[in-house]
Structures are given as structure tokens and as C-alpha cells.
Design a protein around this ligand. Structure first.
Ligand code: NAD
Length: 325
């Protein structure tokens, strides 16, 4: 590496913060790159632009990348694998297993092992840093505890995954699994942002107690907290989406971007190791990186949270009825 490259990396890294993920030896950037938009989860995206966004993120110090075979039905993994060619050693790479379609799941030991091999091929690597059981609330929780997690530990022993974790929406299901069997990381989404903070009541204390790394996803509430608004498939009730629209308009009047305010709120969390933001364009990477150097606007944050009060902490059903919050 030449001196110039070294210097530019050092300068850029000064602006990014890193946290240790639970008890692992992984230091992850406070902003994590959520790769689901690379699989067109929020509408069609330009693959060339997505690749440049990944490169810009890495060069700017974002080192945590999260993907899944489910995103774009393998498209996101394929695109991320292409973008990471020659850069794999600069990132902490997390993928998932168990979810393969809106209603397609497979948490058996065999499916999980095959799934990781397939992911490794698409990601053009021979190991991932974290392998996560994806959306555990759709599985049989006892099977996840007795079969899926032990199978993932075997993959860890083989060196195909450095650590293992679980992801999902209902907090009680994540807690039930984490209390029953050791996991290295937990990812939840839409449970800690300007609209909702119940992650801190139900999950954060458990993660802290066991030293489990905590990943917060969807700080933009999967698009609700942006000017563009939520995608059609968004599961939130209409009044939640409407509250997002009102808040975006209110912030615009104040000359502030709601998305920036919302992400800054998440980055300020004291325990979360990384906040995953879905990105597929350099513009969003740049906008979100800029937030690292900005102060929190507490007054506006409070005003927006007051506006959200009627829909605050609103959750929707997810997974099997017995697993839903
Ligand atoms: P998000 O809340 O991060 O919203 C993503 C949307 O916001 C995209 O349309 C993106 O283009 C847009 N966006 C990003 N930065 C913006 C900005 N500065 N201004 C305006 N719009 C902006 O939702 P998400 O992508 O679902 O969540 C982030 C990531 O977390 C996912 O990509 C995925 O990797 C992970 N995740 C995992 C699970 C799970 O494991 N069950 C669930 C949800 C999310």
C-alpha cells in the first residue's frame, strides 16, 4: 500500500467509529451497509451504481456488510460478491440462512449447511464472519434451538463462519432463543428508531447480560422515515406510514432531512455495535457518512417523537402466531 493510500484511509477512518461486536473479535463500523437494496428490495437499482456504492463505503471506513440469500432471491448476494472481489479482507461479512422467499423457509441442519456453501459461492469467499439464522420467528423455535444453531456451530468449527447469530422481528422470540442457547450476535429491525424503542426494554438487557453483539437494522423503518416513503410491501399499518409522511413534511419545513435525523438517533445508541442502513447508491452512502460528523438536533428529534406519539411502539404480526410479539 502506498503512503498516499494509507493516509487517505487513516483520515477517513478517523471519522468513522468502530465497536466490538459483543464478545467476538470483530470491530464493526457504527454504520453498517445493508445490502438488501442491491437485490432490489426497495425497487429496481442500477448494479453498476450499487457496486460503486459498495466501493465508496469501504473506502470511507464502512466495514460491516449484511446480506442474505433471501434478498432479491440471491441477487443481492451475487451483486455484493461481485462488488467485494479483491476487497474481501477489508470487510466484516454477514449473511444468513433459513429464509429463501416470502414464505419459503428451511432451518434443518442439511439446508443450513447447503445454504452456506451456496452463499459462499455467490459471495466469492470461503468464509463469512457471521452466519445468522434469518427471521427465526417463521421457524419452529425448538428446532432452531436444538438443530439449527448446533448445525451452525458445526459450520463455525469447519471455519466456514467465524461467528453465528440470529435475526428476526418479534423480540420475545429472539430472547427465548438467546436464553436457551449461546449465540454471538442478534439482529433485530424496526424495533429501535425514532418511531419505536421497545428493543431497549426487551432485548438490549438480555444482549448485555450475555455479552451478545447487538445489530440494529432499519433505522429508517424500512423507508417510512424518508421523503420517498415506505415501499408497497411494507407491513406497517397505514397510520404508521402516514405519520412518516407528516414527519418528513414537517422536517422539510425546518430545512432538515428526516432520514438524517432518524439515523443520527440510531447512531447515538450506546450499546448497538452497528446500525444497518439499506444502501445502493453513492448519494446515500455519502449522506449517511456525513451524519458521522454532525451533532444530534435534540430539539427537532423531540418534536418529531412527539408527532409520532400516537403510533409510537406500534408493532405488526410477524412469523408464526405463537412467535409473534
Ligand atoms: P432501512 O430502514 O435501512 O431503509 C432502506 C431504504 O432507505 C432504501 O430504500 C434506501 O435506499 C433508503 N435510504 C438509505 N439511506 C437514505 C438516506 N440517507 N436518505 C433517504 N433514503 C435513504 O431498511 P432496510 O434496508 O430494510 O434495513 C437495513 C438493512 O438491515 C437491510 O438492507 C438488511 O441488510 C438488514 N435487515 C435485516 C433484517 C433481518 O435479518 N430480518 C430485516 C430488515 C433489515
Amino acid at each position: 500500500m502506498g503512503d498516499g493510500e494509507n493516509l487517505s484511509q487513516a483520515t477517513q477512518r478517523d471519522t468513522m467509529s468502530y465497536r466490538r461486536l459483543g464478545k467476538t473479535d470483530l470491530n464493526v463500523s457504527l454504520i453498517g451497509f445493508g445490502a438488501s437494496p442491491l437485490g432490489n428490495a426497495f425497487g429496481p437499482t442500477d448494479p453498476a451504481e450499487g457496486k460503486l456504492a459498495v466501493h465508496m463505503a469501504i473506502d470511507s471506513g464502512i466495514n460491516y456488510f449484511d446480506v442474505s440469500p433471501y434478498y432479491g432471491l440471491t441477487l443481492a448476494e451475487t451483486r455484493l460478491g461481485e462488488a467485494l472481489a479483491g476487497k474481501r479482507d477489508r470487510v466484516v461479512l454477514a449473511t444468513k440462512c433459513g429464509r429463501y422467499g416470502v414464505e419459503e423457509f428451511g432451518f434443518s441442519a442439511k439446508r443450513v449447511a447447503d445454504s452456506l456453501d451456496e452463499s459462499l459461492k455467490r459471495l466469492k469467499t470461503d468464509y463469512v464472519d457471521i452466519l445468522q439464522a434469518h427471521d427465526v420467528e417463521f421457524g419452529n423455535v425448538q428446532q432452531i434451538i436444538d438443530e439449527t444453531i448446533p448445525a451452525m456451530r458445526k459450520l463455525q468449527e469447519k471455519g466456514k463462519a467465524r461467528y453465528i447469530g440470529i435475526t428476526g422481528y418479534p423480540l420475545k422470540t429472539l430472547v427465548r432463543i438467546a436464553e436457551a442457547v449461546p449465540v454471538d450476535s442478534i439482529l433485530t429491525y424496526c424495533r429501535y428508531n425514532l418511531m419505536i424503542t421497545d428493543m431497549d426494554e426487551a432485548l438490549t438487557p438480555v444482549a448485555k447480560k450475555h455479552g451478545i453483539g447487538l445489530i440494529n437494522a432499519s433505522g429508517l423503518h424500512m423507508g417510512v422515515l424518508t421523503e420517498r416513503g415506505a415501499p408497497d410491501w411494507h407491513p406497517a399499518p397505514p397510520e404508521v406510514k402516514e405519520a412518516g409522511r407528516l414527519a418528513a413534511a414537517f422536517c422539510k419545513e425546518q430545512g432538515v432531512d428526516l432520514a438524517g435525523l432518524a439515523l443520527r438517533f440510531c447512531f447515538d445508541h450506546p450499546y448497538v455495535a452497528s446500525t444497518l442502513v439499506g444502501m445502493s447508491s453513492r448519494r446515500h452512502v455519502e449522506d449517511n457518512l456525513d451524519l458521522m460528523g454532525t451533532m444530534t438536533n435534540r430539539e427537532l428529534e423531540e418534536q418529531v417523537r412527539t408527532l409520532f406519539a400516537p403510533v409510537a411502539n406500534r408493532v405488526w404480526p410477524s412469523g408464526r402466531p405463537e412467535n409473534s410479539d
